[in-house]
Design a protein around this ligand. Structure first.
Ligand code: GLN
Length: 201
């Protein structure tokens, strides 16, 4: 099956979902904005963008999306960046704002742990895609730090000794934004490894 035949949902409640959509299109797949439970019909994968997890948390409840997302994530691939990673995590440290994470990937995260907005930065990092090493651009903007990684989680990239790109089964999560620039390396990996039948071992 080709990427052209795939429809990738993008959680479009808040945040920079438009940039993910542009990358999905650039790679030749279809995208659909997900705002309501019925938007999951026929989707092959879901992207949860960066933005503000507290706002997304409120809007997911308001639009009845919590159960459909949980259900979808049981069998279908999900890629979360930044706020999306926070929502996919098992636990959020010092979780004063009461964001309810889905627990789809066995990691704990500390929100905003790379510093405030003014301390945002870009890095060129190296991912180890199951033996294939590739450089990619990562933008850290009030990014979550991964503070615990469960045994079943594979770390694909680290930055200053913290895991920043992790996967478990069909769930992929990044501390940073991979969608801000031209570089589609991570989305290509997500498509190749999770969406198409050409999975690397
Ligand atoms: N700090 C944001 C949060 O906690 C995430 C930042 C981002 O997605 N760039 O939701």
């Amino acid at each position: 099956m080709n990427v052209q035949d795939k429809t990738v949902g993008v959680l479009a409640l808040q945040g920079d979902y438009g940039l993910h959509e542009a990358q999905i299109q650039r790679l030749g797949a279809q995208f659909r904005e997900v705002r309501l439970p019925r938007d999951f019909e026929g989707l092959d994968a879901l992207v949860m963008p960066g933005g503000e997890s507290t706002t997304m948390n409120i809007l997911m409840d308001r639009f009845g999306l919590r159960e459909p997302i949980s259900e979808f994530g049981r069998t279908k691939p999900i890629y979360g960046t930044c706020a999306g990673m926070i929502l996919l995590a098992r636990n959020i440290e010092r979780n004063q704002s009461g964001v309810k994470p889905f627990g789809m990937i066995d990691i704990d995260v500390a929100r905003n742990d790379y510093g405030r907005q003014i301390y945002s930065f870009d890095e060129e990092l190296i991912a180890d895609f199951h033996g294939e090493k590739k450089a990619f651009r990562a933008s850290f903007i009030r990014a979550p730090r991964v503070t615990r990684v469960g045994n079943d989680v594979r770390v694909l990239a680290t930055f200053r000794e913290s895991p920043v790109l992790v996967e478990q089964d069909h769930i992929l999560a990044a501390s940073f934004h991979s969608e801000l620039e031209e570089d589609t390396t991570l989305l290509e990996y997500f498509f190749r490894h999770f969406l198409l039948d050409t999975a690397t071992p």
